[in-house]
Design a protein around this ligand. Structure first.
Ligand SMILES: Cc1cc2nc3c(=O)[nH]c(=O)nc-3n(C[C@H](O)[C@H](O)[C@H](O)COP(=O)(O)O)c2cc1C
Ligand code: SF4
Length: 439
C-alpha cells in the first residue's frame, strides 16, 4: 500500500534479496563492518540504548537497557533470537525472515557485539519450514563471506550462529521456556528472577530479542539513533510491522510509524470490514490482548496508546472481529487455544483455562445461567497475576475483556441457544429443568 512506511521492510520487494550478493549490493552488512571495525562494543550498546528501540516480541522492553544488564566478564555469553512467532494473529516475523534473512543475521551479529556474546541462536518455530530453509542457506553464506565464525572481517570477534527449529509449542515463545527447549529439555517456563540477562542459556548471561527487534538493529547502527528517534513517538520510537487479520478486506503485514491512529491501519491500509459489516471489536496485540471497541480505533497505535486504552500493543498483531461473529465463539476459541497450549506447570493456568472452556461451552449451548457468566468473569480475575508465566493471563485478559464489554451479548446468547433448542428461557427454565441447572 502506498501509505506504508518502509523502514525495516524497505528492501523486501527486491528480487533475490535472500542471496548475500544481492543484499551486499544494496548496502547489506555495512552496519556489521561499522560496528565491528569502527566502533567499540560500548559505543554499539550506547547507540542501541539511545535509539530507544523497544522489543517487538510482546513486552516492549528497551533492547539497549536489556543488553546493558548483561554482566561484564569473561564467562560465556549468549544471544537468542526469538523466532517462535506462535501468537494467533502474528505473522510479521515470518515475512522478515523469508524475505530478508541477512538483515536479521546482521542484527544478531551486532546484538552479540553489544551484549559481548560469542554464541548466538535463532530459535524458529517448527512450522516455519520454508523460512528455516532460507535462513539456513543465508547463515551458510554469512559464514562463507566471513561475517560469522573466527576473527570476523579480520577483527578480534568470534561469533557463531546456530539455527534451532522448535517442535510446535506456543509456550516455547516464552523466553525462559525457549531456553529450556534450546537446552534439549521440555519447554517449560522457569521461575523469574533470575532473568535470562543474568542466568539464561546453560546458566550463562543471555540476551533474548525478537526477530523484528533485531532486524531494526542494523538500521540503527547504519543511520544512527537520532534517525531512528525521528520516527514514531518519544516513548515508542520507530516503526512497527503490523499483521492485520480477521474480518478486513485486505489482511496482511503493514509497516507503520508508531503512534498513528489505529484507524489508519484497519481502515486505511487493511480496507476496513467487508461491505455491510461493522466492527464489533478488535485485538490490538494478538489473541492475548484485551479486546477494544470501534471507538478505540482513534487512539495512537503505540505502546502507551494501547495501554491507556486498557489493552496492549503486544506483538503488534491486529485481529478484527465484525458484527457477524458471535462474541461467545471468539471467547471460546481463544480459551481453547490457551488451554491446549498451557504447559500445565501451575494450577491457575492449567485448571483456569480448562474451567473457562467448560463454562464458555455451557454458555454456547445455553446450559449456563447469567450467574455462570459472573463466575467465568471472576475466574479470569483469579488467573491474572497468579501464574508462573503470562500464558494464563494471555487467556484471562482477552476473555475477561470480552465478558466485561459484551455481557449483554453473552446473556442473549444463552437465551437464543435455549430458544433454538426449544427449551424454556433462563428465567423460567431452571426451575423446570433441575438436571440442566446442576449440569
Ligand atoms: C506465552 C508467551 C509466548 C511468547 N511468544 C513469543 C514469541 O512467539 N515471539 C517473541 O518474540 N516473543 C514471545 N514472547 C515474549 C518473550 O518472552 C520475550 O519477552 C521476547 O522474546 C523478548 O524479545 P523483545 O524484547 O525483542 O520483544 C512470549 C511470551 C509469553 C509469555
Ligand atoms: S502460566 Fe500456564 S504455561 Fe505458564 S507456567 Fe503456568 S501452566 Fe505453564
Amino acid at each position: 500500500m502506498p501509505d506504508q512506511m518502509r523502514v525495516v521492510t524497505h528492501l523486501i520487494e527486491e528480487p533475490g534479496l535472500h542471496d548475500i550478493e544481492t543484499y551486499e549490493r544494496l548496502g547489506g552488512y555495512e552496519a556489521v563492518r561499522k560496528a565491528l571495525l569502527e566502533m567499540e562494543p560500548a559505543e554499539v550498546l550506547h547507540e542501541i540504548e539511545e535509539s530507544g528501540l523497544r522489543g517487538r516480541g510482546g513486552a516492549g522492553f528497551s533492547m539497549g537497557k536489556k543488553a546493558s544488564f548483561i554482566p561484564q566478564g569473561s564467562m560465556d555469553k549468549f544471544l537468542c533470537c526469538n523466532a517462535d512467532e506462535s501468537e494467533p494473529g502474528a505473522f510479521k516475523d515470518r515475512l522478515l525472515m523469508q524475505k530478508n534473512p541477512h538483515q536479521l543475521i546482521e542484527g544478531v551479529i551486532i546484538g552479540a557485539v553489544a551484549a559481548g556474546a560469542t554464541k548466538t541462536f535463532i530459535y524458529i518455530r517448527g512450522e516455519y519450514a520454508l523460512q528455516a530453509e532460507i535462513l539456513d542457506a543465508a547463515i551458510a553464506q554469512a559464514y562463507e563471506r566471513g561475517y560469522l565464525g573466527r576473527r570476523i572481517l579480520g577483527s578480534s570477534y568470534d561469533i557463531d550462529l546456530v539455527l534451532h527449529r522448535g517442535a510446535g509449542a506456543y509456550i516455547c515463545g516464552e523466553e525462559s521456556a525457549l531456553l529450556d527447549s534450546l537446552e534439549g529439555k521440555r519447554g517449560n517456563p522457569r521461575l523469574k528472577p533470575p532473568f535470562p540477562a543474568n542466568q539464561g542459556l546453560y546458566q550463562g548471561p543471555t540476551l533474548i530479542n525478537n526477530v523484528e527487534t533485531l532486524s531494526n538493529v542494523p538500521l540503527v547502527i547504519k543511520n544512527g539513533a537520532e534517525w531512528f528517534r525521528s520516527m514514531g513517538t518519544e516513548k515508542s520510537p520507530g516503526t512497527k510491522v503490523v499483521s492485520v487479520s480477521g474480518n478486513v478486506q485486505r489482511p496482511g503485514n503493514y509497516e507503520v510509524e508508531l503512534g498513528i491512529p489505529a484507524r489508519e491501519i484497519v481502515y486505511g491500509l487493511a480496507g476496513g470490514p467487508l461491505p455491510g459489516r461493522t466492527i464489533k471489536c478488535w485485538f490490538p496485540g494478538g489473541s492475548s490482548a484485551p479486546v477494544l471497541l470501534e471507538e478505540d480505533l482513534d487512539r495512537p497505535y503505540d505502546f502507551e496508546g494501547m495501554a491507556d486504552a486498557g489493552s496492549m500493543l503486544g506483538s503488534g498483531s491486529i485481529i478484527v472481529v465484525d458484527d457477524s461473529v458471535p462474541i461467545v465463539s471468539v471467547a471460546l476459541r481463544v480459551a481453547e487455544f490457551y488451554r491446549h497450549e498451557s504447559c500445565g506447570k501451575c494450577v491457575p493456568c492449567r485448571e483456569g483455562t480448562n474451567w473457562t472452556v467448560k463454562m464458555l461451552e455451557r454458555v454456547d449451548s445455553g446450559d449456563a445461567t447469567p450467574m455462570d457468566i459472573e463466575i467465568a468473569a471472576q475466574v479470569q480475575q483469579n488467573i491474572i497475576g497468579n501464574c508462573l508465566c503470562v500464558l494464563g493471563d494471555s487467556m484471562a485478559m482477552p476473555v475477561g475483556s470480552m465478558i466485561e464489554k459484551f455481557r449483554d451479548e453473552f446473556e442473549r446468547h444463552i437465551e437464543e441457544a435455549r430458544t433454538r433448542a426449544g427449551r424454556m428461557s433462563v428465567e423460567a427454565g431452571f426451575a423446570a429443568e433441575p438436571h440442566d441447572a446442576a449440569a
